[in-house]
Design a protein. Structure first.
Length: 191
């Protein structure tokens, strides 16, 4: 490998590593938290329930978007719509966001509405973001960027290691040990 290529790979490795440091730290910390949920209060759930009233015209008008947006604006419900079901005597709408859920039941004839909000703690919210649950397009893009960054850092690091003849044998031993350990762990999880 020529010197110009080595320099370009080294600079790329440094700057991609610095950029992805925060992402790797975030995913490392939240991964640890997900492995030990009892230590981080994942079981803590705050439930708030209340009755409200919807405009009857909104309930029977058939405009789903208007009804959903009324719920969002009036009652502060956030997240993506997970279900929207219309039954003979009830409209059910559920929303989900990282660490939050909302269930809404509406009687279209009278406008009587029951709202149940479920909020989990910060640890559960961070874990949901880690897993990409209910984070929408932006959350998926962040995970994609983190994955591509890790791939680029790994490949550029491997390329840089290959240029160091003095450390090549030790590096091969560590690389093989890592493959064997990973294979044993994966085999143990699968079987």
């Amino acid at each position: 490998m020529n010197e110009r290529a080595k320099k370009w790979i080294r600079l790329s490795h440094i700057y991609i590593s610095l950029y992805s440091l925060i992402l790797v730290l975030f995913f490392g910390v939240t991964g640890f938290m997900m492995n030990h949920p009892e230590s981080f209060g994942f079981g803590e759930v705050r439930i708030e329930q209340f009755d409200a009233r919807m405009p009857v015209g909104l309930c029977v008008g058939g405009d789903r978007l208007a009804l959903v947006e009324f719920l969002r604006k009036t009652y502060g419900i956030g997240g993506l719509v997970q279900t929207y079901e219309i039954e003979a005597d009830r409209i059910r709408v559920s929303f989900a966001a990282a660490g939050r859920r909302a269930e809404v039941g509406i009687d279209p004839a009278s406008g009587k509405t029951h709202i149940r909000l479920e909020t989990k703690g910060l640890a559960a919210i961070l874990s949901a973001v880690h897993a990409g649950e209910h984070t929408g397009r932006l959350g998926r893009r962040v995970i994609d960027v983190a994955a591509v960054s890790l791939i680029l850092v790994s490949l550029s690091g491997l390329a840089l290691w290959g240029t160091l003849a003095i450390r090549r044998e030790t590096g091969i031993a560590w690389l093989l040990a890592g493959f064997v350990i990973a294979a044993v762990v994966v085999a143990g999880l699968l079987f």
